[in-house]
Ligand binder design. Structure first.
Ligand code: MG
Ligand code: MG
Length: 250
């Protein structure tokens, strides 16, 4: 069941989103060769707490950290730890914040040290971000849910990359994961009609190679089956009476 949010509820999610964006900024400032992913997690935890919010991932089904940090062939749900980041590593960071019981969820992929190690890698990240923008542009009254995934898939496959099937976006509100699931692929014009009050986390996950994934023995870290590089971008967006409002933007 899709839970529609009142304007007051969307404001609480927007507050969570602003705190998340500020935390993301702090963590990105700390990303450099030689830093560990645990150190980035500590920055996120401290900043989120100092902002009066709660980091939503910590304790979620036993997840031990405040952010997910996934490197290179790791797609999502990487556990921060003692891994030391190197120049040119492809780092996906996923953030969640809760303000007064309402969630915001957002992810970004960057190159450690700033420069892409190859043209293909640079294109992968650029296309994944463009796919997110294409998905967000479909959040409009009267549209249908599958328009979002269709737009994402067009951009990704048009660039020759793979769209991950096993993990999808989701509704969001008082829970991090609510209905509806939002696949990053499919035919347009299907599924529920998009209505004001819907809050959605749209999150394309894109691979340089095949889109099949597997989970490592830590029961969390998702990697590409073929070891290819992958990228992940995510924003939380609300559809209001005045149109789409991205709640986790800068
Ligand atoms: Mg996320
Ligand atoms: Mg999400």
């Amino acid at each position: 069941m899709i839970i529609l949010k009142s304007p007051d509820e969307i404001e609480k999610m927007a507050r969570a989103g602003r705190i998340l964006a500020s935390t993301r900024h702090q963590v990105l400032e700390a990303v450099r060769p030689g830093v560990t992913t645990a150190e980035l997690d500590a920055v996120a935890e401290e900043h989120t707490r100092a902002s009066g919010a709660v980091a939503s991932f910590k304790g979620y089904r036993g997840f031990p950290a405040s952010i997910c940090a996934s490197v290179n062939e790791e797609l999502v749900h990487g556990i921060p730890g003692e891994r030391v980041l190197k120049e040119g590593d492809l780092l996906s960071l996923d953030f969640g914040a809760i303000w007064e019981g309402y969630h915001a969820d957002s992810a970004i992929t960057v190159f450690v040290g700033g420069a892409a190690p190859s043209g293909e890698a640079e294109k992968l990240v650029r296309v994944t971000e463009e796919a997110l923008e294409a998905g967000l542009s479909q959040v409009r009254e009267g549209g249908r849910l599958s328009d979002i995934g269709h737009a994402v898939q067009q951009v990704v496959e048009g660039a020759g990359f793979g769209v991950v099937r096993e993990y999808v976006g989701h509704g969001i509100g008082q829970s991090m994961h609510e209905d509806p699931p939002i696949p990053n692929y499919g035919e347009p014009g299907r599924g529920p009609e998009l209505r004001p009050g819907m809050a959605l986390a749209i999150e394309p996950m894109v691979t340089l190679g095949d889109w099949a994934t597997r989970v490592l023995d830590d029961d969390w870290t998702v990697v590409t089956e073929d070891g290819s590089l992958c990228a992940h971008f995510e924003h939380t967006v609300a559809l209001t009476g005045d149109g789409a409002r991205v709640l986790t933007g800068d």
